[in-house]
Design a protein around this ligand. Structure first.
Ligand SMILES: N[C@@H](CCC(=O)N[C@@H](CS)C(=O)NCC(=O)O)C(=O)O
Length: 216
C-alpha cells in the first residue's frame, strides 16, 4: 500500500495519474494546502520541503519509505513497476529524464508564478506578467516543436508526459491553444485515457474548486 499525501494541484495530479495508470493500491491523504496543513510538523516529517506531493511506500524492503518531490516520486514508482520509464542505461530512459527535468525545472517554476501573478496579485504588475507570459510562450513553443516530431515527448507515453500534462492549462496562462495544434492533439489523447479521468475524478472528490482540475 502506498500513501499519497496530496492536494489536486498540478503537482499532486501527476502522481495520481501515474498511480492510476499502474493500477496501484494507494490511499489519498489530503493535505489542505489552502489551509496551511503543509506546515504541520507531522507532514514535514514526511515531506522535508513542506510541499505536496509526498508518498510513503509501505511495501519498501527496509520498512515504510517516504519520498517528496514529484519527479523523484514518478521515477521511483515507475521503476518499481517497470512501466512508463525505460530501463537504466538506455537512451530512451535519458530522453524521459530530459523532459521530466524540463518539466520540474522550467515548467512548474515559471507557470506557477504566472498563475500567481495572474490570479492572486492584488493589482496587475506589468513587469512580472510580461516576463512570465513571454516565458510561458517560449515553453509552449518548445513543447509544440517536440510534439510536432513525436507523439509523446520522449517517444512513447511516459512519466514525462504525465508530469507535463496537468500544467498545460492554456486559459490560465493566456495562451490560445489553437495556435499549438500538436499540443492540443497530445493533450486530447492524454485527457481521454481512463486512468487520467479517474485521477481527475478523485481530485474533484477532494477539492472540486481547485483550478488545476479545469481541463478546458
Ligand atoms: N518541486 C516540487 C513542487 C511542489 C509544490 O510546489 N507543491 C505545491 C502544490 S502544487 C505546494 O505544496 N504548495 C504549498 C505551499 O506553497 O506552501 C515538486 O515537484 O514536487
Amino acid at each position: 500500500m502506498i500513501d499519497l499525501y496530496y492536494w489536486p494541484t498540478a503537482n499532486g495530479l501527476k502522481i495520481g495519474i501515474l498511480l492510476e495508470e499502474l493500477g496501484a493500491q494507494y490511499q489519498l491523504l489530503p493535505v489542505n494546502i489552502r489551509q496551511g496543513e503543509q506546515k504541520f510538523a507531522s507532514f514535514q516529517q514526511i515531506s522535508g520541503n513542506g510541499r505536496i506531493p509526498a508518498i510513503v511506500d509501505h511495501r519498501a524492503a527496509g520498512g515504510p519509505m517516504s519520498l517528496f518531490e514529484s519527479g523523484a516520486i514518478l521515477n521511483y514508482l515507475a521503476d518499481g513497476a517497470g512501466r512508463f520509464l525505460p530501463p537504466a542505461g538506455s537512451v530512451e530512459r535519458q530522453r524521459v529524464q530530459e523532459w521530466l527535468f524540463w518539466q520540474v525545472g522550467h515548467v512548474t517554476p515559471y507557470l506557477s508564478q504566472l498563475q500567481v501573478f495572474r490570479e492572486k496579485a492584488p493589482e496587475p504588475i506589468a513587469f512580472a506578467l510580461d516576463l512570465l507570459h513571454s516565458e510561458a510562450l517560449r515553453l509552449y513553443g518548445v513543447l509544440e516543436q517536440r510534439l510536432a516530431r513525436h507523439p509523446f515527448v520522449a517517444g512513447e507515453y511516459s512519466i514525462a508526459d504525465m508530469a507535463i500534462f496537468p500544467w498545460i492549462q492554456p486559459m490560465r496562462h493566456g495562451i490560445v491553444l489553437a495556435e499549438y495544434p500538436h499540443i492540443r492533439a497530445w493533450r486530447e489523447a492524454i485527457k481521454a485515457r481512463p486512468a487520467v479521468q479517474r485521477a481527475y475524478a478523485k481530485g474533484r472528490e477532494v477539492a472540486p474548486a481547485e483550478r488545476s482540475l479545469i481541463l478546458e
